[in-house]
Design a protein around this ligand. Structure first.
Ligand code: N01
Length: 543
């Protein structure tokens, strides 16, 4: 027999999707509470305050579009905004939605347990904060919010400054990083993903000596950043509706659309001309505005990979260093593409050194620096740009127990399976935003998560109107959806590449590939969700 919980709904997380979800639930009349581990809003943009952090979605597309007030009252200063500006934007959005009052901050969730008799969730916290109960539990944990360190012996013995890009100390009075002084310091960076590339660019400008410990190079391409003038901002504001309409036609909610042509249908000269143009940016032009087969056809992918490899060779003076910076184990675009601004040129500077730790592995961290098999590097600062336990880590670090005590982590470990990336059978009334297999995860997250939240709003309203106490997916619907995720991923070159999209995490010994992302794109995901709604929320059980 259902009993009355403290709240109709609890939202875990005060990042971009959590804030909007809470707002929508509150606006539909639910009693709702947000809980957040930090003392403020912002999610990844609050935690990842490293120098150089910035969006690689066009700024004006990395936004909420539900509020004219917000659209009219925020001016972006750069085509690809830096972290402090994004965080200030999220704070402005939180003001407009007036959601801070609905949040409990400094509340890190450790466990969530379903009570089948009461039809409620009990949420437990770190420390002595009392439990909270709710009918619906929405986890807006973020796919990249469980930072990971490498398992290198002696990691804690280093006497200098240790930093992780995903846990960067903050400027107490502002939105940016703490004012740390790297001028003239000996800095070591481990990791060359998107965070590593961004932080390396900044450190190369100030460090006395910068040593980059690279395990795998990436196919980085130019960001194409620049200021947005007042006139340009006015034009953006005047054309928001057209822009939003266009974003919703593209694969991943970015302002880039694949050509309606295959690579080999163009002449070598036409290909070269297009790639030269796209290579300049902006943003993901080359990744998501390319010939339509580059992420599907190996021959097409080899050609564009060779084009980007040539660019790296042109930009890096020392051929041996250039060769180390060219990926050999995957093709262009089959892993997340880091965007850069003069990244490759950093390696032409005398103060920047590249260590290939696949050829010369790190053996240990000592009190004074990093040792590899063949060398010893004395350092003042070590920056871990070693990323996250991506997608599943944010959920796995909470002990989430559904019907009969079944664990969500165990269910994920057995093989990823969800319905729409929103729910998992045996976890009634538990919703995930921007997590495994969700349509917003391989996407421009603010745009795609808002579309999904709007859809969930409809589901929840229908449930409320019907007096529903429990919503959960059928196992059949979940299995069908998971098969579709697997099928779509297996058709792409992304699906046959080791990366966080396919669930590989060598630091955690996770080696078998899994369909962690929905790769079918935003339009297909939306069509699927629309069809499900039109069929009376097919695949969901309402009790
Ligand atoms: O993390 P990553 P990230 N020894 O996992 C290396 C988003 N993002 O924080 O590839 C040595 O990409 C690891 O090497 P390898 C974006 O979606 C967005 O950079 O495993 N090295 C790799 O080089 C992105 O994809 C922006 O061989 C080790 C690096 O650490 C996601 O966040 C900015 C190691 C980790 O790279 C994650 O990016 C930043 C070890 N034991 C991030 N373990 C925007 O622009 C790991 N590495 C919006």
């Amino acid at each position: 027999m259902a009993s009355q919980p403290e709240f109709d709904a609890i939202v875990i997380g005060a990042g971009i999707s959590g804030l909007y979800m809470l707002y929508r639930l509150r606006e539909m009349g639910m009693t709702v509470r947000g809980v957040e581990a930090s003392d403020q809003v912002g999610g990844v943009w609050n935690w990842n305050r490293y120098p150089g952090a910035r969006v690689d979605s066009e700024s004006e597309t990395y936004a909420y579009f539900f509020s004219r007030e917000l659209l009219e009252n925020f001016d972006w200063s750069e085509r690809f905004a830096a972290q402090p500006e994004v965080l200030s934007y999220i704070n402005k959005a939180a003001d407009v939605m007036d959601v801070r009052k609905d949040y409990t901050f400094n509340a890190r969730v450790t466990a969530a347990t379903w009570d089948d008799d009461a039809a409620t969730w009990t949420v437990s916290f770190e420390g002595d904060r009392p439990d909270m109960t709710c009918r619906f539990l929405v986890s807006a944990l973020g796919p990249l919010s469980a930072p990971q360190y490498p398992n290198i012996p002696g990691r804690d013995t280093f006497k200098g400054l240790t930093l992780h890009t995903g846990l960067w100390p903050r400027d107490p009075g502002g939105f940016g990083p703490a004012p740390l002084d790297f001028e003239g310091k000996r800095v070591g960076v481990i990791g060359t993903g998107s965070s590593g590339v961004q932080v390396i660019q900044e450190m190369s400008k100030v460090a006395g000596d910068l040593t980059v410990f690279q395990r795998s190079p990436n196919w980085c391409t130019p960001l194409g950043n620049g200021p947005i003038t007042a006139d340009e901002m006015q034009e953006i504001k005047a054309n928001y509706d057209d822009m939003i309409g266009f974003l919703d036609t593209t694969l991943a909610g970015f302002s880039h659309i694949f050509r309606d042509q295959n690579t080999l249908e163009a002449t070598p000269e036409e290909r070269r001309a297009l790639w030269e143009e796209l290579y300049k940016g902006p943003g993901f032009s080359l990744w998501l505005g390319n010939f339509k087969d580059v992420l599907f056809d190996k021959e097409a992918n080899d050609l564009v990979s060779e084009f980007v490899a040539d660019k790296i060779r042109e930009r890096v003076s020392d051929p041996e260093t250039a060769d180390k910076l060219i990926p050999k184990d995957h093709g262009y675009g089959t892993k997340r593409v880091p965007l850069e601004t003069k990244y490759f040129e950093c390696y032409n500077q005398d103060n920047v050194h590249l260590i290939d730790v696949k050829a010369d592995p790190i053996t240990r961290i000592t009190e004074t620096g990093i040792e590899t098999e063949s060398g010893k590097f004395d350092l003042d600062v070590i920056i871990f740009a070693t990323g996250f336990d991506a997608i599943v880590g944010s959920w796995n670090r909470i002990d989430i127990r559904g019907r009969d005590g079944v664990s969500l982590k165990d269910s994920f470990d057995e093989g990823m399976s969800t319905y729409l990336g929103m729910q998992v059978a045996d976890f009634p009334n538990f919703f995930m935003l921007v997590g495994p297999q969700n349509g917003a995860t391989f996407c421009n997250i603010p745009r795609c998560s808002a579309l999904m939240i709007d859809w969930l709003d409809g589901l929840m309203r229908t449930a409320l109107e019907q007096g529903t106490q429990v919503i959960e997916p059928t196992s059949e619907a979940q299995a069908d959806y998971t098969r579709l995720c697997q099928k779509l991923l297996s058709r792409t070159l992304i699906g046959s590449t080791n990366s966080w999209f396919t669930g590989i995490n060598t630091n955690l010994g996770r080696e078998g590939r899994d369909a962690l992302v929905w790769i079918g794109g935003n339009p297909m995901y939306r069509d699927l969700c629309t069809r499900i709604r039109e069929n009376g929320y097919e695949g969901f059980l309402f009790d």
